[in-house]
Design a protein around this ligand. Structure first.
Ligand code: AHM
Ligand code: MG
Length: 320
């Protein structure tokens, strides 16, 4: 049996420094604690919304705040952590003055699904950052990334650079490897998009979805990217949260640093792809901590087809 702990131990050295192992161990422990709190949140009165609005302009839920606090505590227990960056915090928080790793996280992704008992998750990424000026680096600079999905089972999806491993939390609170070296199949006839926003899709996206429907693709949309991503790791498909063509300046719905980049690293490590237009998400230089971007990821052949359509549009525009 391979556990999260034995996996980390066996990758110490070439792939993972001792410091990174400590960070990952503490982040995984934080996800176990969050999973525990979620199981009884209705019984504990941790439902509904608070009066507090975060820097994104979104009303925080009690579990958003609790999960954020649990992750901040995990960062404090990790001596190499210099900064924490979170969806729920206005700006980066200094942790240890002599630290060198920034931990970047979305404490509870899909939190609109909380009170309806649908899968939510914690997304995280670790980069090297001794000063706050080092935080805004492209996704290729991520050392490790992953997420926990709190559904009927709690699963932890991890990449330490090469390959994606999926662990499942057992009854003793131990993450056990249940899907080793997960791969995203290159072709799959399934897409995930919020179809209610069709009027705001870019032409490339509308054309791709029309063609997908005409050629018999299936649709699934959980409203929690972490859950849609687990399905894609299991049986392929494409997830799209495109830019709003009426509000191009807004960038999109999802955030680059703690949603697009970690999912981009995982998708590529599993043989899939993740793009913004015709560019790999991981090559995009961030401009701010909470920058929003359009996100498309999943089966490589499908994502490449969409990237090619964006590239063709750029060529057409240049020729006009
Ligand atoms: P959150 O981090 O505030 O929960 O927002 C991110 C979530 C994603 O998990 C999900 O794919 C998307 O928002 C759903 O958005 P919409 O409600 O527009 O369908
Ligand atoms: Mg989120």
């Amino acid at each position: 049996m391979t556990t999260f702990e034995t996996y980390l131990e066996s990758h110490k050295g070439a792939m993972l420094s001792d410091d990174l192992v400590t960070v990952l161990r503490n982040v995984a422990e934080a996800t176990r604690q969050i999973s525990d709190r979620l199981r009884t949140s209705s019984l504990d009165g941790l439902t509904g919304a608070t009066e507090v609005t975060n820097v994104q302009g979104e009303t925080q839920k009690p579990l958003d705040i609790l999960s954020n606090d649990i992750l901040l505590e995990a960062c404090r227990r990790s001596p190499s952590v210099s900064f924490a960056v979170s969806e729920e915090l206005d700006s980066e928080v200094a942790i240890h003055a002599d630290g060198k790793h920034a931990v970047i996280f979305d404490p509870l992704d899909g939190s609109s699904n909380l009170d309806v008992n649908v899968t939510v998750g914690t997304i995280f990424s670790v980069i090297e950052a001794k000063t706050s000026a080092d935080i805004l680096k492209s996704g290729r600079g991520q050392l490790v990334a992953g997420y926990a999905a709190y559904g009927p089972q709690t699963m932890l999806v991890l990449t330490v650079g090469a390959g994606v491993q999926i662990f499942t939390l057992n009854g003793d609170g131990i993450y056990v490897l249940t899907n080793a070296d997960a791969k995203i199949v290159p072709d799959a006839k399934e897409f995930a998009i919020n179809a209610a926003r069709r009027a705001s899709w870019e032409d490339v996206v509308a054309a791709y979805i029309d063609d997908a429907i005409d050629t018999g693709h299936n649709m699934r949309w959980v409203g929690s990217m972490v859950a849609d991503a687990l399905r894609i790791f299991n049986r392929g498909g494409v997830f799209l949260y495109p830019a709003d063509r009426h509000k191009p300046a807004s960038g999109g719905r999802l955030r680059l640093l703690y949603e697009g980049n970690p999912i981009g690293l995982l998708a590529e490590a599993a043989g899939g792809a993740a793009i913004i237009g015709d560019t790999a998400i991981l090559d995009v230089q961030p401009t701010s901590l909470h920058q929003r971007v359009p996100v498309i990821f999943g089966s490589k052949a499908e994502v490449d087809k969409i990237a090619a359509a964006y590239a063709a549009r750029v060529h057409e525009a240049a020729a006009e």
